[in-house]
Design a protein around this ligand. Structure first.
Ligand SMILES: [Zn+2]
Length: 308
């Protein structure tokens, strides 16, 4: 211990001032137009480019903040079997999974929350693309089943924001089983007479597109979102044809009747609130359910009878 290092050096450092640390993430480059955007402007504009309107990818919790009123709550999800196949490629799957869990602070690639949108109660499930590419394994299936059950329990509409590369290949057939599983889960919501709204975000592909994500009562997408099953290159090689401009983009799908609307991020909240208001009548008319085995009479079709 000597007085130079203990006392004199710190004094000198304060006198001259330590080199100021400049954070290197103050400016973001738009991946579409390559313009630089100041981080505050980007946050204020909900991560939409202020120059070209490109919608950047956002995380699940940011999505909740943008969509729900203040005070939303995250739901604890039931534990799913981790690494049932003991899969390993260059690394063990369980290692990749643990790393993603630690980095993202969540169990799997979907966050489920409940709260309100402009005062209407909703259950929202949002995919986190940064978590192993938002891939759908048993954990994601579990999350969607939980979200659907919660929606039924709370008599609230279910909204799902998707962003996924598809099935989680490290879980093999178990991953594929999540396709029928999530379809059944979202059917539960529909059978309870509750609205099920899907918002397709960039990118939504593979097994997620091929299951519940295309079964919403209303199909919304964010501008420019890539939505498809197989990649464009694979399709081009299979059909041996040049694919049209904008193929698999939200606007193209809207033109071809796959989507109901393409909604800008800034208008998403108001649009969802309006839709919920339209789809949910204050007094829901519930059709009487026939007892087991009893044949339910179908109501006579309205309008003029078809001439024989
Ligand atoms: Zn841009």
């Amino acid at each position: 211990m000597n007085w130079i290092s203990e006392w004199a050096l710190p004094k000198i450092k304060t006198l001259f001032g330590a080199p100021r640390e400049v954070p290197d993430n103050l400016w973001h480059k738009c991946p579409a137009c390559e313009q630089m955007i100041f981080h505050r402007d980007l946050e204020r504009n909900l991560h939409v480019c202020t120059h070209c309107g490109h919608h950047m990818r956002v995380g699940a919790r940011t999505r909740m903040d943008y969509t729900l009123d203040e005070g939303w709550q995250r739901i604890e999800l039931p534990k799913a079997p981790q690494d049932p196949l003991r899969f390993r490629d260059q690394r063990r799957y369980v290692e990749r999974l643990r790393e993603a869990q630690a980095k993202m602070g969540q169990e799997d690639a979907v966050v489920v929350a409940h709260g309100t949108i402009e005062g209407s109660r909703v259950v929202v499930a949002a995919f986190e693309f940064s978590f192993l590419g938002g891939s759908m394994g048993a954990g994601v299936g579990e999350a969607l089943v939980t979200a659907a059950r919660l929606a039924v329990l709370q008599d609230a509409p279910l909204i799902v924001f998707t962003a996924s590369g598809g099935a989680r290949m490290q879980e093999g057939a178990i991953s594929l089983m999540q396709m029928p599983r999530t379809v059944i889960a979202t059917r539960m919501v529909k059978e309870a007479g509750l609205p099920f709204i899907v918002v397709l975000c960039d990118p939504t592909t593979g097994g997620v597109t091929a299951s519940f994500a295309m079964l919403g009562d209303v199909q919304i997408a964010e501008p420019g979102a890539m939505i498809g099953f197989a990649g464009a290159r694979v399709i081009e090689q299979t059909v041996r044809e040049k694919l049209p401009e904008g193929f698999q983009r939200a606007e193209y799908l809207l033109q071809h009747g796959i989507l109901d609307m393409v909604v800008k991020r800034g208008e998403m909240r108001a649009t969802l609130a309006r839709l919920i208001g339209l789809l949910r009548l204050p007094e829901r008319v519930v059709a009487p359910v026939a007892a087991t085995g009893e044949v339910e009479a179908l109501p006579a079709p309205e309008g003029p009878a078809v001439p024989a």
